[in-house]
Write a protein that binds this ligand. Sequence first.
Ligand code: NAI
Length: 475
Amino acid sequence: MSKAFDVVVIGGGPGGYIAAIRAAQLGFNTACVDEWKNEKGGPAPGGTCTNVGCIPSKALLQSSEHFEHAGHGFKDHGIGLSNLSIDVAKMLGRKDTVVKQNNDGILYLFKKNKVTFFHGRASFTKSGGGVYEIAVAGDKPDALTAKHVIVATGSNARALPGAAFDETSILSNDGALRIPAVPKTLGVIGSGVIGLEMGSVWRRLGADVTVLEALPTFLGAVDEQIAKEAHKALTKQGLKIQLGVKISDVKSAKNGVTVAYTDAAGKEQKLECEKLIVSIGRVPNTNGLNAEAVGLKLDERGFIAVDGDCKTNLPNVWAIGDVVRGPMLAHKAEEEGVAVAERIAGQHPHVDFNTVPWVIYTSPEIAWVGQTEQQLKAAGRAYKAGTFPFMANGRARALGDTTGMVKMIADAKTDEILGVHMVGPMVSELIAEAVVAMEFKASSEDIARICHAHPSLSESTKEAALAVDKRTLNF
Ligand code: NAI
């Protein structure tokens, strides 16, 4: 006998679990099915973000940053340390604890909101009579029916052709979080978000890290001025970043990996490294979903085809997050999840993709929202830009972290903020102000007239707003 629900959410990542909670809040009898297992075989909801992405990488970024500060930063504060060491097993154990706290938190939230959780892999079996039938395969197989289905099955790491992930030598985002001892040499293919974050972790702990990037520009999607500043800072720290390379071969042997490539000058090169992280983007995950059974349409790149409201080609079937078009970001998935649950309830929510913030958690952090200067130039839009360096910010000086700047771009005529771009300390937090401002269609003058606490890093945002009108007060 199948169990009947109003809404079944397939996938318990940030998109799926949030969609399930919102649907339950709106009064729907809701289930969420997720197959992720912890090391004991138990449920580990939270998807890539919680298990092998955002959360564990931030745990390791924090640990490695402490290590770096202790080794290099404390001296300036008059703090002396001897015999500094890193216990990698303990650091990884702490990271696993943080992950488990998040897994357990989601299970608690399901209980609190009366979402029924099923641990296993969900696949469509058939549809008819206004319901979809879904089989759950796992330790306790089940059969469900749903009036509405939200597919939130996420994405998987994209492998380089001929270099499958073994998670021992050739690592995806998963293996990159579980290297048991600091490697002497680490190769990274792809200088995107994962490559830079994980490269930074292991570099701080002592690895000699070389990053090989296919594109000739560093962080092409980032505002050029900010990307240049970030490149300078990361290179100074010791990340060896090579742009414009073409990988020709990857060979894995017992004691390491050899990457053959052509460099930007067209010269054949070889990189020998103990471990290799391949971070060249991700592909949508529809494995085992059995989309064909109900005629759910995918696009030519394997994403579930959806419209701007996350509606698929099937009535009452929705898809959100990494498995559909748009940036593969947890917070974008969450917004889509909430919006879909509200649409099922007949409400009219709106997700503004132009105000989805981006953050890269390197040190200095990189964060931005809205359009870059190069995008505005290409679109022929008249704009004014203002920048303010953290070097001129009192709090940044007191912190001893003065790298980077805040840059604000506003429309030349109306002064509406079109983009805010940051590189520097804690900009992952500072960017929120810019997002709020843009959501409320604020002008740069609005920000310039708002009282910001002193001394705080956020004063740099106000000063960047003043700089749009060429009237900074502290620079
Ligand atoms: P990415 O799309 O950020 O970067 C991939 C990089 O690899 C690009 O620079 C690309 O030009 C390069 N590349 C592609 N093929 C290559 C090749 N054959 N040889 C050399 N370079 C090559 O992808 P990444 O870093 O794998 O991350 C995947 C997704 O995860 C991203 O969409 C990202 O948004 C998300 N993510 C977000 C985080 C955050 O918000 N802080 C953290 C980690 C991941």
